[in-house]
Write a protein of this length. Structure first.
Lengths: 325, 251
């Protein structure tokens, strides 16, 4: 160190005396040298920005998806001539979700007072724009559809109400199918590596998860019919297949779904949404307690699935190795 | 209107950060730079909601000699911009100069552009709630002026002008540098990807990854087709399964 200080003094004196300096100032050795490396990018800073969404957005994915699926089940149940109380309760669940969903989305906006700007334009190329419009139509249809159930049906009102009920129920079912699946498109069409790599799988995962939550919710409302058990078995089977695919998926960006805290969370969500209720339903669906456990698993699993994918997105954005390849 | 662009020639950059300062002053961007990162002379870390120009200080060994490369980063103003396509309010628009501009009076802070940018540029400002990024000094360009960063750059490392002219100039500069033995110089303008090239092009030395520039950026909307197909197929299967369950299950 003394040598270097001495050399610095010599350089200063030489500069002052002659106006220029010849020779090197000194060797640069021994100091920590933070070399840039292509594997970690710029000082390990993530190339991408992490999602800024808070819990409201994955919660909306869950609530909106379950509501949309419930509207589909309500319309099919009514058309198939099943117990009218099933359709009625399913419409009620859809309406609750339809009222809660916009509140969750508005709460997450940076400028909640400008939520109506979402309906300022319609952009087919923006999944969020398509989703905002689908939700707006769904909310109106689902709430009217459920509200009509409260009207006293008599000879005067009956003929008037029936076509409106049919139209709103059908509208809620069609937009409900969009609501149950579009959130997967929303995540898939981003730059976040783990979401982008699963752009085809996400709509399927979210759709199955939405129907799982709706079946569970209707069962918890007291309808433990063989029909709903059958539907529960089919969607749990789809979710099991998707979880297996994610567990043994060769996608490098899928690492965040298997490693660390985000990975543990994703696995828990996968087990609760797929294999566990599938086994319970196949083994002992005639036992009321087991049926309730299976239903709770599917509802909770659906919520955790959305939270897990959101967390995985945050972890994926922070991974300098996953981006920019 | 001609399409304008930035050509940032990193081999001319002296790391003075005048561009960062000029940008903040002209656009009245809140301060962010009063932290010490310990990463060379960098104290802003990266582009963000309140850093629209960012000078990178890349330290490394070149031919066993310490080398210090500077490069002023900025929004790429993509030919096919992910943020613009994602924006559900129509707040993000293409200007008559070809730049990508966030209309602050329309943005409602949904945050979708943040995850749609393949370069990690646009970000939501927590205390304000809206998304911000480089405006390409749209107001100055409207008045016939060059952007503040280009105006203030003392070494002409940041050049502003007609995009095609700048692309030619970048290619000529590359040939000149290579002839002088700077064989690791490269022009960054990802025209081979779905982004379709950027309106802010760069000349850097070495691997573009060292500067956090993605080698193969993709505009996320290339996956729109496959994702909606999957959604449609899923919806059809789930509707069929529900119908089947009620047909089989009902007496």
């Amino acid at each position: 160190m003394r040598d270097r200080e001495g050399r610095l003094e010599a350089v200063r004196e030489e500069a002052a005396a002659r106006g220029r300096v010849e020779g090197a100032a000194g060797p640069v050795t021994g100091a920590p040298f933070p070399a840039a490396a292509s594997t970690t990018g710029y000082y390990g800073h993530p190339l991408l920005k992490a999602p800024v969404w808070t819990w409201e957005v994955p919660a909306y994915f869950f609530v909106g998806g379950a509501a949309g699926a419930a509207a589909v089940i309500a319309a099919v149940a009514a058309a198939a001539g099943a117990d009218p109380q099933i359709a009625r309760d399913a419409r009620g669940i859809a309406a609750c979700g339809a009222l809660l969903s916009p509140l969750l989305l508005v709460a997450d906006l940076g400028r909640p007072s400008r939520f109506l700007n979402m309906l300022r334009v319609f952009k087919l190329r923006s999944p969020m724009s398509v989703g905002a419009w689908a939700l707006a139509v769904f909310s109106a249809a689902a709430v009217i559809s459920a509200g009509l159930d409260w009207l006293p049906v008599d000879r005067v009102l009956g003929p008037l109400v029936a076509p409106i009920a049919g139209a709103t129920s059908a509208t809620a079912a069609v937009t409900g199918l969009v609501l149950a699946t579009y959130t997967g498109v929303l995540l898939g069409v981003t730059a976040i590596p783990v979401w982008a790599a699963h752009a085809r799988l996400l709509p399927a995962h979210f759709g199955a998860s939405a129907f799982g939550a709706a079946v569970g919710a209707i069962e918890l409302a007291g309808h433990r019919t063989p029909t709903l058990n059958l539907l529960g078995i089919s969607v749990a089977a789809i979710e099991t297949a998707i979880s297996a695919r994610l567990e043994w998926s060769p996608q490098p960006s899928g690492r965040v779904l298997r490693e660390g805290a985000a990975g543990a969370f994703a696995r828990l969500a996968g087990v609760l949404g797929g294999p566990l209720p599938l086994v319970l339903r196949l083994a002992a669906s005639h036992t009321a307690e087991v049926r309730v456990v299976a239903a709770v698993c599917m509802v909770v699993g659906s919520l955790l699935t959305r939270l897990a994918w959101t967390r995985a997105g945050v972890a994926s954005a922070a991974d300098p190795r996953a981006a920019g390849v | 209107m001609p399409t304008t662009g930035f050509f940032t020639d990193s081999t001319l950059c002296i790391g003075c950060k005048a561009c960062e300062v000029a940008c903040k002053e002209w656009n009245a961007v809140p301060d962010t730079a009063f932290t010490w990162t310990g990463e060379s002379y960098d104290n802003t870390g990266g582009l963000g909601h309140s850093t629209w120009r960012h000078v990178k200080f890349v330290e490394r060994l070149r031919d066993n000699t310490p080398a210090w490369d500077f490069s002023s980063d900025v929004c790429k103003h993509c030919e096919h911009a992910g943020c613009l396509e994602a924006c559900p309010t129509g707040s993000i628009v293409r200007t008559e100069f070809g730049g990508v501009f966030v209309q602050a009076d329309v943005c409602n802070g949904c945050g979708y552009c943040v995850v749609a940018c393949p370069f990690g540029v646009v970000d939501r400002r927590p205390d304000d709630g809206r998304a911000f990024k480089c405006t390409f000094c749209y107001d100055r360009q409207k008045a016939g002026l060059e952007p503040a960063c280009a105006k203030v750059c003392p070494t002409q490392s940041i050049q502003f002008g007609d995009l095609d002219t700048l692309r030619r100039r970048a290619d000529e500069r590359l040939v000149e540098l290579r002839a002088r033995g700077v064989i690791d110089a490269v022009v960054y303008d990802p025209r081979h990807t779905s982004v379709g090239g950027t309106h802010a092009i760069f000349l850097v030395r070495g691997d573009v990854g060292d500067y956090n520039l993605p080698a193969n950026p993709e505009v996320p909307t290339v996956r729109l087709g496959e994702a909606w197909q999957a959604a449609g197929l899923t919806a059809a299967v789930l509707l069929a399964l529900t119908s089947l369950a009620f047909l089989v299950g009902s007496p």
